[in-house]
Design a protein around this ligand. Structure first.
Ligand code: ZN
Ligand code: ZN
Length: 763
């Protein structure tokens, strides 16, 4: 007896070798039928004995090619017909085939073997790829994903490549970037004036330059990297000086997990993240400093490590037999990463000595992604290359919304059906280049998703460039979303929560509904709205942005707030060493409230403590003081926590910091070391927030807690708070797929806007 079934598979199943895979699976089971691409994915008709069909259906999603991302499999019965074989059908004519584009992924093991096999026709070919690997998102101009709409359109395939491309059983069947020495892109080495350097092998020459301590700009998948030998302190120092990047850690690329293990502590989760096809930078605890130069990540206990992901990376590392290369974004400080050869020369000629370029255009800028493993979970810190444009899957269908994100670490988000598409990392929208990239990224995302939402969600901060852009758009419905509400909604969406939750949104800066700068917020929130249930007590932010760059200002602000000018007599080093003239000026600013908005920021509280205990008075990159305060924690069993004051104000709670500062100052005057003070400070937040959660549970009956905001990227704080809350019987939800910081803001904004839109009955 035979049966026939129709199987509809949706998700990322085109251009990823799915049809040949199904062909092999079906013929392996001696089943007959067909497969074709459809607008939603692929449709398979399959006929044969029921038990074989059942096995086929079970294995279909389980053994799918690495780049396939199946979101749904629907099976229904069909009447049998006379099919005796399995065939791959073309798309129905006139039918638009539109599905999700795959992200860019690392070279696969098969291609890697060919790359280093001297008898293979692609031996040492830097652009080898197949349907299981290679560039995708960054070479795509438009959809559907087809060679003419990619930057490979200028390279007509040779007959050997064309034969592979047309053979359903070949690994390169419909591999759009398929190429070889004969027909594909080439690498060249240029000098800093953009002149081609005549040499036998550009990669070997670049490796020689790196060995000589030079800086080489290397064109990758989503942009240029600046590379130096990470084991040579002088080379790393040179790169820091040229890039004007004083202390912010660099990521390093190492040839293998084994090498990573020599420098860093690796568990199974970290190993899996390093070796995953998306090849993110993984932040790992630094175990053994040598042979990596100290300047790679000064004052940091973590090292950002990633493995090579393009064939060119593999060739470069092998050619120079490098232990580790610094591979940092090819840009000057916070500008967007360079992608075009000429642009790279123009912008990076003062930074790099050589340029290892190629003639396959990068059409979309896409920075490396950054993850860390904490609480047994991979957590996105920067979700970009290798992950974008894979959507976040939502619980319910949402109306189309464009959410423009925040100001720093900007990403945007577009909802379509049950999918939320987060853009690649756009960066800090403070310079014109980033702003242009932002506008480009919006247009491109709308184009490849074929959607132009009539609802735009934006942050309430009037000075954010993303907000200003949103407010300029005509003929759309605009929805302003409070920053911390968006953080909590983002955490809810990622965890598929509905209803209301207790939300702890802890970060540096977010514009509040009272016009003040929020950042230590406890909300009772649903998607549509929120109440501010508690917040850190307000203190002045003396000098506005200057107070963010100079944490000592926050220390003075807190001390003056709690103790008035009496603090100037405190017997602690911070006060004794304070420049009296500068302090006097600052106190005048505070007392007269000149450019000193009030803030409840948790990030600024970290800054104040870091400055007070002598860790950092000024910063060179965002959140540096808070990061170094976390790094200072002693691995000890001291569970002492400084007290926080919970002050009831009707339905709301104020989190008072005076008891914390009193206890901390007492420790300081007793010369308690910074590593212990830091620990007690972190414990204060854990205990204080846990007590608050308890009080709010009694008030509201809510038992689910969402943790979000950039401050919760602090591993000690997030892990301890999570376990403390779990122990108290709370259901705790955190971020994984989407960053807890502002890179995840767009998702929350979109969901808030979508829910408001729906409740108004306009869906
Ligand atoms: Zn491959
Ligand atoms: Zn070829």
């Amino acid at each position: 007896m035979e049966v026939r079934r129709e199987i509809e598979v949706s998700g990322i199943v085109q251009g990823v070798g799915f049809r040949p895979y199904v062909y092999r699976l079906a013929t392996g089971h001696h089943l007959a039928g067909t497969i074709r691409n459809t607008p939603a994915g692929v449709t398979i008709e399959i006929q044969g004995p029921p038990e074989s069909i059942e096995d086929f259906v079970t294995r279909l999603p389980r053994e799918a090619p690495p780049l396939a991302h199946i979101t749904n499999v629907a099976v229904r019965d069909l009447p049998c017909n006379g099919d005796r074989e399995f065939r791959i059908l073309g798309s129905r004519s006139g039918e638009q085939v539109r599905t999700l584009i795959s992200p860019d992924v690392a070279i696969c093991p098969d291609c890697l073997r060919e790359l280093f096999n001297s008898s293979d026709r692609r031996y040492r070919y830097p652009f080898i790829n197949c349907t299981n690997c290679g560039p995708r998102f960054t070479i795509t101009r438009d959809i559907p994903y087809d060679r003419p709409r990619t930057s490979m359109s200028v390279f007509p395939m040779c007959s050997a490549c064309q034969a592979e491309y047309s053979d359903p059983l070949n690994r390169r069947f419909h591999a759009q970037p398929n190429a070889c020495w004969e027909c594909g892109p080439r690498a060249e080495l240029w000098d800093r004036r953009g002149r081609r350097i005549d040499c036998r092998d550009a990669i070997a020459e670049a490796a020689a330059g790196l060995h000589a301590g030079l800086v080489v700009a290397v064109k990758g998948l989503g942009g240029f990297h600046l590379a130096v030998d990470a084991t040579v302190p002088a080379a790393v120092a040179l790169l820091r000086e040229r890039k004007r990047r004083v202390e912010k850690p660099f990521a390093i690329m190492v040839p293998s997990v084994t090498v990573a293990q020599e420098s860093c502590q690796l568990d199974d989760g970290a190993r899996a993240a390093l070796e995953s096809v998306s090849r993110p930078i993984v932040l790992l605890p630094w175990k053994n400093r040598s042979p990596i130069a100290d300047q790679v990540a000064p004052f940091n206990r973590y090292l950002g490590i990633f493995l090579p992901y393009t064939p060119l990376h593999h060739l470069l590392l092998a050619e120079g037999a490098f232990t580790a290369l610094v591979m940092t974004s090819g840009n000057l400080s916070e500008e967007p990463i360079a992608i075009d050869n000429k642009e790279a020369i123009a912008r990076l000629h003062g930074l790099a000595d050589y340029f290892l370029v190629h003639n396959r255009d990068i059409l979309l800028r896409c920075d490396d992604s950054v993850v860390r493993i904490s609480g047994g979970k991979t957590r996105q810190l920067r979700r970009s290359r290798g992950f974008v444009p894979v959507p976040v899957f939502l619980e319910e269908e949402q109306p189309p919304v464009l959410a423009v994100g925040g100001e720093l670490k900007n990403t945007m988000c577009l909802t379509k059906g049950k999918h939320a598409f987060l853009s690649q990392h756009v960066g800090d929208l403070e310079n014109v280049e980033s702003y242009n990239f932002f506008v480009e990224a919006v247009e491109h995302l709308e184009k490849i998703l074929e959607i132009r939402p009539q609802t735009i969600a934006y942050d309430l901060h009037p000075d954010y460039f993303s907000t200003r852009w949103a407010l300029q758009q005509k003929g759309v419905q605009l929805v302003g979303v409070q920053h911390h509400h968006a953080h909590i909604a983002s955490c809810m969406a990622e965890n598929h929560l509905e209803g209301r939750v207790l939300g702890f949104a802890l970060d540096g800066t977010g514009y509040g509904t009272d016009g003040r700068i929020w950042g230590g917020e406890v909300l009772v929130a649903g998607y549509e709205d929120f109440e501010r249930a508690a917040h850190l007590e307000y203190v002045p932010l003396p000098g506005g942005a200057a107070a963010i760059r100079e944490p000592w200002r926050m220390a003075v602000s807190y001390l003056a707030h709690h103790f008035g000018r009496d603090f100037l007599a405190l017997p602690v080093p911070f006060v004794r060493q304070l420049d009296r003239q500068k302090a006097e000026l600052l106190l005048q600013i505070i007392e007269h409230r000149v450019n000193s908005p009030l803030t409840s920021s948790c990030g600024r509280l970290f800054d104040a403590v870091a400055a007070l205990i002598g860790i950092r008075h000024q910063i060179n990159y965002e959140a540096q003081a808070a990061i170094e305060l976390e790094m200072a924690i002693a691995p000890a069993d001291d569970n002492t926590a400084y007290p926080l004051g919970l002050i009831s104000e009707g339905e709301h709670w104020l989190i008072g910091t005076r008891p914390l500062f009193e206890a901390l100052l007492a420790d300081l005057s007793r010369n308690v070391p910074a590593r212990i003070i830091s620990r007690r400070f972190h414990n204060a937040l854990v205990e204080g927030f846990a007590q608050l959660a308890d009080l709010l549970r009694k008030q509201s009956g809510l038992n689910r807690v969402c943790l979000s905001g950039g401050t919760l990227q602090n591993v000690y704080l997030s892990e301890h708070l999570e376990s403390r809350l779990s122990a108290a019987g709370f259901e705790v939800f955190t971020h994984g797929e989407v960053p807890a910081g502002d890179g995840g803001l767009g998702l929350g904004q979109a969901l808030v806007a979508a829910h408001r839109f729906r409740s108004q009955g306009t869906l």
